[in-house]
Design a protein around this ligand. Structure first.
Ligand SMILES: [Zn+2]
Length: 304
């Protein structure tokens, strides 16, 4: 039921046009409930919980997004550098940007929202119940918090893909290559390092040595069809859906929760503010996810 083949993040920070809103199913336009006890009652009976997470969860760990007001790396924002065109024009600059983002993550940690999700997954799995995280975040903080069922829609900062042989692999090296050591400073007056392409991260498969790129989904690129198919399956079978820290304007994740709501499944939004989708959901819990989620997902009295 999920519409595939949206060019990932091609449409961003754009309010949804009316013709897109319509098929989301109408649950009435009343304000969603913020009754935690009512949510907890439904939560206690749910067998398959889908949790869609976005940048807001990472922001609570201090992870920069390089989007919106003040979100710059040197003179650029993510949409200027996170494109195939930017990479082919200037792979050194784009690698500096991603090297910086990887190194920043060494100083960041999962927050109480990440931990509440992973604890919930572990606890419920012992009861034969399932929790799956579908995330737009590329920082692996869910993974570091201990979550196991994770679908990374936009890839990972800590994976690379070879442009020659296509091999994709995990990569946690710091720095990722010698030439990037000490590079990537974000200040606007920093000069580009202009690293020769042969000294950028290269494939380590025997005989290949192709140029590596970050295995993240860039603006204008389509999502991995396998991840998308698995996400659809989770969303089609879930009996409770949480939307956590996402502005619900980034495709295709923006379509996920409204479509779950349209088939009558309760959706609970946890966010700092209302989103274009808020009125379609059964619940909305306002505030930092690190405050609201631990209360919402803690052990219910009916759990063994
Ligand atoms: Zn290769």
């Amino acid at each position: 039921m999920i519409v595939p083949q949206f060019a990932c993040r091609a449409i961003i920070n754009v309010h949804l046009p009316v013709h897109v809103r319509k098929p989301w199913g109408i649950q009435g336009m009343a304000r969603p409930s913020s009754d935690l006890a009512a949510f907890r009652e439904i939560f206690s009976k749910a067998k398959n919980i889908a949790i869609i997470s976005g940048a807001g969860v990472s922001a609570e760990s201090g992870v920069p997004t390089f989007r919106g007001a003040g979100g710059y790396w040197r003179k650029w924002q993510a949409q200027d550098l996170a494109t195939p065109e930017a990479f082919s024009r200037n792979p050194s600059r784009v690698w500096e940007f991603y090297h910086y983002r990887r190194e920043v993550m060494l100083t960041k940690n999962p927050n109480p929202a990440h931990l509440a999700i992973s604890e919930c997954e572990e606890r419920l799995s012992k009861q034969g119940r399932e929790v799956t995280v579908i995330t737009q975040n590329i920082d692996e903080l869910h993974h570091r918090a201990g979550s196991k069922n994770i679908l990374e829609l936009h890839g990972s900062l800590f994976k690379t893909r070879c442009l020659t042989c296509g091999h994709e692999t995990a990569n946690y090296k710091s720095p990722i290559c010698a030439a990037l050591e000490g590079k990537g400073a974000p200040d606007p007056d920093t000069q580009d390092a202009q690293i020769p392409v042969q000294q950028l991260p290269r494939c380590e498969r025997t005989g290949c040595h192709g140029l590596l790129r970050p295995a993240v989904v860039w603006f204008g690129e389509t999502l991995d069809s396998d991840i998308l198919t698995r996400s659809e399956k989770v969303l089609d079978s879930c009996d409770l859906c949480l939307v956590v820290g996402t502005s619900s304007v980034v495709y295709p994740a923006a379509m996920f929760a409204p479509q779950v709501a349209a088939r009558g499944v309760p959706v609970a939004e946890f966010n700092m503010e209302d989103t274009p989708a808020t009125l379609h959901f059964k619940f909305h819990f306002h505030g930092p996810c690190g405050t609201t989620l631990p209360q919402a997902l803690r052990r219910h009295e009916t759990e063994p």
